[in-house]
Design a protein around this ligand. Structure first.
Ligand SMILES: *Cc1c(COP(=O)(O)O)cnc(C)c1O
Length: 400
């Protein structure tokens, strides 16, 4: 029996028309419609204002958003750009990282984190993760440092901050840059500071499913270093300083005025939405604790997660491999109308594009293990307690 999922918004009938009735009977991993229902009027007004202004690139909405976002994160500078991927790419370019350089990062992340290292001509050096947090194992980061290491990219995965106190101490000792990949962690804190304000550069994505999402692509870079900020502003705009004077090769990576005006509105709601996500995580934790074959996500002491994902780990019975058990649970959940996700089924060091780096099977065992046993449950600020309880109820069924 599919689970009844009552959206209860005025968009119900539209959604039924668009997707057919079956869609409203499933619990999606993520749903933006209620958020739009709540702030749609505000967004419509802001969008119409930008449209009427006739100024679509740059201008007051972008400058306003940059100031507000810097203030929110707690840095002196914010440079908006076209995506989280571009934010990371531009950060490495601004630090002059290129051929011959090594950048240490995690293999258990979205491809963009490593892709940009390769894109600037440097070499990604993957180190294993910590089994409890899914984040970089900092002891292994230290062990991987060579004469060629120039930077570390920690990823605050699923919204959970890396231990930045320890990472910054390691980086300082070895003279490394720290570029934080904050794509999944807008608003998360480590030791009372927001991520993106602790490393030398913070990179954010406003892809719609991130904690602060635009209605399209968008990204931002934060830093307290005015020289880096100045280089970033030039790089994102074709390397231009002045009107038609190019002092370095750049790219076109601007945030447009429409997205900036939408993001200004959404930023005002971010703390509320993150608090709602925390409540959702707490409810999952309470309800799932008694169930067998599960390991639940835990927050590190000192960190405040913003729960971009609620990711559990499944322990297979002895007769079955972890991956096949996980996939089977996922399929059974889907048959009951609960859609879950696997972030990430194959770690980056085992991907075809990185085969040439020579990381064999078993070389980074904890990342490989996580890829086999993780499952992310439906998580968004507006998910109702009774819907969450349905998820738990169905999961319990699948584990028996
Ligand atoms: C989403 C994401 C990115 C890339 O952001 P885009 O805006 O999609 O380019 C980078 N790193 C991580 C960890 C992400 O989750």
């Amino acid at each position: 029996m599919p689970v009844r999922f009552h959206l209860g918004t005025k968009f119900d009938s539209i959604k039924r028309m668009l997707h057919g009735a079956s869609c409203v009977n499933t619990i999606p991993p993520f749903d933006l419609s209620e958020q739009f229902d709540a702030i749609g009027a505000e967004i419509n007004a802001a969008v119409l204002e930008v449209l009427a202004s006739g100024r679509y690139i740059g201008g007051p909405p972008v400058e306003g958003f940059e100031q507000q976002f810097a203030h929110y994160i707690g840095t002196s500078e914010c440079i908006a750009c076209n995506s989280g991927t571009d934010a990371l790419y531009l950060a490495l370019r601004a630090l002059n990282i290129g051929p011959g350089d090594e950048v240490i990062t995690t293999p258990f992340t979205f491809i963009a984190t490593a892709e940009v290292i390769t894109a600037v001509g440097a070499t990604p050096v993957f180190v294993d993760i910590d089994g409890q947090t899914f984040n970089l194992d900092l002891t292994q980061v230290e062990a991987a440092i060579t004469d060629r290491s120039r930077a570390v990219i920690p990823v605050h995965l699923f919204g959970q901050p890396v231990n930045m106190t320890r990472l910054m101490a390691i980086a300082q000792q070895h003279n490394l840059w720290v570029v934080e990949d904050c794509a999944q962690a807008t608003g998360a804190e480590w030791a009372g500071q927001r991520v993106g304000a602790i490393g030398h550069i913070g990179c954010f994505s406003f892809y719609p499913t991130k904690n602060l999402g635009a209605c399209g692509d968008g990204g931002a870079i934060t830093t307290n270093d005015p020289a880096i900020a100045s280089t970033l502003r030039v790089l994102r705009d074709h390397g231009r300083r002045g009107t038609y004077y190019y002092e370095m090769l750049g790219v076109n990576s601007r945030l447009d005025a429409l997205q900036a005006s939408i993001l200004q509105i959404k930023l005002r709601h971010l703390d509320t939405w993150n608090a709602q996500r925390r409540k959702v995580a707490q409810r999952y934790h309470q309800r799932l604790s008694p169930l067998p074959r599960l390991r639940l996500p835990q927050e590190l002491e000192g960190g405040t997660s913003v729960w971009n994902q609620y990711t559990i780990r499944l322990t297979a019975p002895a007769s079955q491999s972890d991956a096949s058990f996980r996939d089977q649970v996922r399929q059974k959940l889907q048959a009951k109308g609960v859609l879950s996700m696997v972030y990430y089924p194959l770690p980056l060091h085992r991907q075809p594009v990185y085969q040439h780096l020579g990381y064999g099977l078993g070389s980074l065992p904890l990342a490989e293990q996580a890829a086999n046993d993780v499952l992310s449950l439906p998580m968004f600020p507006e998910i109702r307690p009774e819907i969450q309880d349905q998820v738990v109820y169905c999961l319990k069924d699948c584990l028996e």
